[in-house]
Design a protein around this ligand. Structure first.
Ligand code: DQA
Length: 145
């Protein structure tokens, strides 16, 4: 039976493709969803792919993942750098959570170097463009096998 993973996206990721393409590339979030679903199928994972601009919605989805999924990949956007509430939500569930970024946040502005959620995450993947998501799915597959 295929196992479910949640791929969660935070604020402004609905603008992918239009938003700062020099940093985030030309793929839309729908493109990323298609690639994640296909990669998931190849790995035997059912990908439940979601995006919200609202912190509380992301928190509700993390709690839901704790009941329904074997793991989570989350690109929390700018909430990564500020949200203790997302940190606490990740700590509140027992399935592994991988922090994902399209850009290499460590090569950018200093305010992007700190992650409020990394200490609660199993690991962090950043800087590989939208392939970061596919790497996270592979990581989830290998740590939950
Ligand atoms: C991002 C990096 C964050 O600093 C930024 O706020 C984003 C996107 C990334 O995927 O590279 O919204 O998470």
């Amino acid at each position: 039976m295929s196992k479910t993973v949640f791929v969660l996206n935070g604020p402004n990721l609905n603008m992918l493709g239009k938003r700062e393409p020099g940093i985030y590339g030309g793929n839309t979030l729908a493109d990323v969803e298609r690639e994640c679903v296909a990669a998931g199928e190849a790995l035997g994972l059912t990908v439940d792919f979601r995006q919200s601009n609202h912190e509380g919605v992301l928190i509700d989805w993390i709690h839901e993942a704790g009941e329904k999924a074997i793991g989570v990949a989350i690109n929390a956007g700018a909430y990564t750098h500020t949200s203790i509430a997302l940190h606490d939500a990740i700590k509140a569930i027992s399935v592994p959570v991988i922090e994902v970024h399209i850009s290499n946040v460590h090569a950018r502005e200093a305010f992007r170097h700190h992650s409020a959620i990394a200490p609660a995450a199993k690991g962090v993947i950043c800087g590989f463009g939208t392939t970061s998501y596919i790497l996270a799915l592979n990581a989830l597959k290998s740590i939950t096998a």
